[in-house]
Design a protein around this ligand. Structure first.
Ligand SMILES: C[S@@+](CC[C@H](N)C(=O)[O-])C[C@H]1O[C@@H](n2cnc3c(N)ncnc32)[C@H](O)[C@@H]1O
Length: 232
């Protein structure tokens, strides 16, 4: 059931209905997301988890924006979300994957307060999220498990994200990056350093959001890349 509109709550029931129409989910997932939203509203008063101005559109702007990634990687079970912050998309994905056999979302966040929030969020939602309080670079160096899908939202320019994602994509992962209106300029810049074959999807939430999907990332200064260029 949609959350009733309450004067004291920054969450809009109308916005939630709009989000559920964009990205339909089961009652069980909705209940988990409700618990997550309640927690986020509590913590938002003491920790800046999302821009406060976006709270009335939390369901469309943050939750539906995160959920739509599942349609691009419907079979992915092992996810890694770089710079999870308040949990977008990582906690939302973990809520949606709860109950899926072997599903797990690694959430990498270097800010201790945010990591504490993320831990509480996966606890109250009983979701398969694992919090890594560390720098993304350290996670990339340490993790040897197979990852099916890596994600990032509002973290860094594309050329930087490609560096984090490359070791996983080389081993078969898909990268899904949620980007804003500057996506074209970011792609132009990134292709100076990387050979990539991106697929660009417009966000189902409208506005100027885009999803950059990649299953091939290769550093341009690699010896084999230079050889290919010389041979051309
Ligand atoms: C702007 S927030 C975005 C959070 C979330 N992805 C979202 O879309 O709402 C970026 C987050 O990434 C974290 N972060 C930035 N660089 C990082 C790094 N190198 N390693 C781990 N976390 C990082 C920050 O602490 C911050 O919480």
């Amino acid at each position: 059931m949609p959350t009733p509109e309450r004067e004291s709550s920054p969450i809009s029931a109308t916005d939630k209905i709009a989000a559920l129409a964009l990205t339909p989910i089961s009652r069980q997932i909705e209940a988990r997301l409700d618990a997550y939203v309640d927690l986020l509203v509590q913590w938002q008063t003491k920790t800046n988890l999302v821009a406060s101005s976006t709270m009335p559109q939390l369901w469309t702007r943050h939750i539906a924006d995160s959920l739509q990634l599942l349609t691009l990687a419907p079979n992915a079970k092992r996810w890694a979300d770089f710079g999870s912050g308040g949990g977008f998309p990582g906690v939302v994905l973990a809520c949606a994957l709860a109950g899926v056999e072997d599903a797990r979302v690694d959430l990498i966040e270097r800010n201790a307060k945010k990591a504490a929030f993320l831990r509480e969020a996966v606890r109250v939602t009983a979701s398969p999220g694992v919090i890594h309080l560390m720098d993304i670079g350290d996670y990339v160096d340490r993790v040897e498990d197979r990852i099916d899908c890596v994600t990032a939202r509002a973290l860094a320019p594309l050329q930087v994200l490609l560096g984090f994602a490359e070791p996983f994509v080389t081993k078969g992962a898909t990268a899904l990056f949620l980007k804003g209106q500057d996506v074209e300029a970011e792609l132009t810049e990134a292709t100076k350093y990387w050979n990539i074959k991106p697929r660009i999807h417009s966000s189902c939430t409208g506005g100027q959001g885009w999803i950059v999907e990649l299953d091939h990332i290769e550093r341009r200064d690699r010896p084999q890349a230079k050889q290919a260029w010389r041979g051309a």
